[in-house]
Ligand binder design. Structure first.
Ligand SMILES: [Zn+2]
Length: 493
């Protein structure tokens, strides 16, 4: 792999959004130069080495369009799943993993899963030290070889409960009130200081040429961000030609919050703030209004769909088929919260496909092709922007590739005509998982070979992780949980 040019070959490949047999790519440096059959490319370039094989399936690198880079699952770290609002209150008590190690470990997990780009919503140890942590996180991802859209978050309201913090505080027993007041105090990072920090990070790290790092804004979520914060973030993203990502309408209580606060839905409210545009991605979008898909489509807003996380945190199932029908771009994120706590992106696509097809003859279809697009080109659009030449195998585009063990996915039992090329998308979505990922290339460089990371040593990573966690007590169940549940029990579902 030292030659600057090589031919990558597979028996089947997803080229220009269609599966084809006998696919070969000529890769030079970071880019795909030519696409054709193996014999044709090898004849035209007889001195260029050929890598790959008949029993492999080639596809573009997968895109995790919403995550937090926690490295380990939250159950593994001691926090049980619960209602979103109850679970969130326990996040602060998780053991801390040093930021660079967390990103290396997360990056290693993602590369093994065929993911070559991640949208990373940073959960800092504290907002006061966030901008010191982020360069370490970026270094960790760089070592793992992953592209990253980094969005440092800010929140400035409703940090304890939505809408009625006074009422909640006065209902608490005295011994819990001090703890709750700490949580109710918005973080000591002003909007101006956050925007300064973002600008500094953007000026140093945003890479609009090679797209290794993008720096973006993130007012954490609708109910946690004042109008001034949302508008400040929107203005900053537009002025710098970058993007913003927000959590939105994840739980039913967030939807009720908007109606109680403004007598209208959240998306309508954002539109009034002039805060919808093609620079914006909204994560989750489970509890939508009937006319939201059309409005999002009209404004060019993308959605990052997180199917496992929405199930585990008891939020529900997002109306993805309606988004697709309305023409909304959708990516898929894992939110650090997949069903098996293993960041298996191929399984996450399987879940998105399965949940995306709702009961009943009148339900909109979500096709296997839709889901493959969401995992690749749609994910690039939601994560870096539509103009970035990633997410599809095309001549002139950047070379982020995944080779899967097609023989293992196919198994021994299928008759030779199964699957036909038309049924390949469903066959792949129904059967593939991360154990089938054999080789991964990012920006023209192999970062996974025969299932092994080419830069990071797996044993050292595990040792470092054990060492980091051994020094900390496991998280214990947080005291406010039952009272938070009681608070929202008085809201409509
Ligand atoms: Zn999230």
């Amino acid at each position: 792999m030292t030659d600057k040019r090589h031919i990558v070959h597979a028996g089947i490949g997803l080229v220009n959004d269609d599966f084809q047999r006998d696919v070969a790519l000529l890769v030079e440096g970071a880019s795909i130069l030519e696409i054709g059959g193996r014999a044709a490319l090898a004849n035209r370039h007889p001195t260029v080495p050929v890598f790959g094989g008949e029993n492999l399936l080639l596809m573009p690198g997968l895109v995790n369009s919403h995550d937090h880079g926690r490295a380990l699952g939250t159950v593994a770290l001691g926090l049980p799943d619960d209602l979103l609002e109850v679970w969130l209150a326990g996040l602060g008590s998780l053991p801390r993993i040093p930021p660079q190690l967390a990103a290396q470990y997360e990056g290693w997990l993602l590369i093994r899963s065929g993911v070559t780009s991640v949208a990373h919503s940073h959960n800092p140890a504290s907002l006061a030290t966030m901008f010191e942590e982020i360069p370490e996180t970026l270094a960790g991802y760089r070592q793992a070889g992953l592209r990253v859209a980094m969005f440092p978050p800010l929140l400035d309201q409703n940090t304890l409960v939505y809408l009625d913090e006074e009422g909640f505080l006065s209902s608490l027993p005295a011994e819990l009130r001090a703890l709750a007041i700490t949580r109710a105090t918005p973080p000591a990072l002003s909007l101006d200081a956050w925007l300064d920090g973002l600008q500094h990070l953007y000026d140093h790290y945003h890479d609009a040429r090679e797209h290794r790092v993008h720096v973006q804004a993130s007012p954490v979520g609708g109910q946690w961000a004042s109008d001034a914060l949302i508008q400040g973030a929107a203005e900053w993203a537009r002025a710098n030609g970058t993007r913003a990502q927000m959590h939105m309408l994840e739980s039913p209580y967030q939807r009720h919050y908007a109606w109680r606060r403004w007598g209208q839905g959240f998306i309508q409210k954002l539109d009034e703030l002039d805060a919808l545009g093609d620079w914006l991605t909204l994560a989750h979008m489970v509890w939508t209004e009937a006319d939201d898909p059309a409005l999002l489509s009209d404004r060019g807003v993308s959605v990052a769909h997180n199917p496992s996380s929405n199930l585990r945190l008891r939020s529900g199932i997002a109306p993805v088929a309606q988004f697709r029908k309305a023409g909304v771009n959708v990516g898929i994120g894992m939110d650090g919260h997949t069903l098996d706590e293993d960041q298996d992106y191929l399984r996450e696509m399987r879940l998105a496909f399965t949940l995306g097809n709702r009961p009943g003859a009148h339900a909109e279809d979500l096709t296997p092709g839709d889901v493959l697009t969401m995992g690749t080109r749609g994910g690039v659009h939601a994560t870096f922007g539509q103009e970035v030449s990633l997410g599809s195998l095309k001549a002139g585009w950047l070379a982020d590739l995944v080779l899967l063990d097609w023989q293992a996915i196919r198994g021994d039992w299928a008759p030779p005509q199964i699957p036909s090329i038309d049924h390949l998308p469903e066959f792949l979505l129904r059967r593939a998982n991360r154990s089938h990922v054999r080789h991964v290339m990012v920006h023209g460089e192999w970062v996974l070979g025969d299932g092994v990371h080419t830069r990071l040593d797996e044993n050292s990573l595990h040792d470092s992780m054990r060492e980091a966690l051994a020094q900390q007590l496991p998280s214990s169940a947080h005291l406010l949980g039952p009272l938070l549940r009681q608070f929202y029990a008085n809201w409509p579902d």
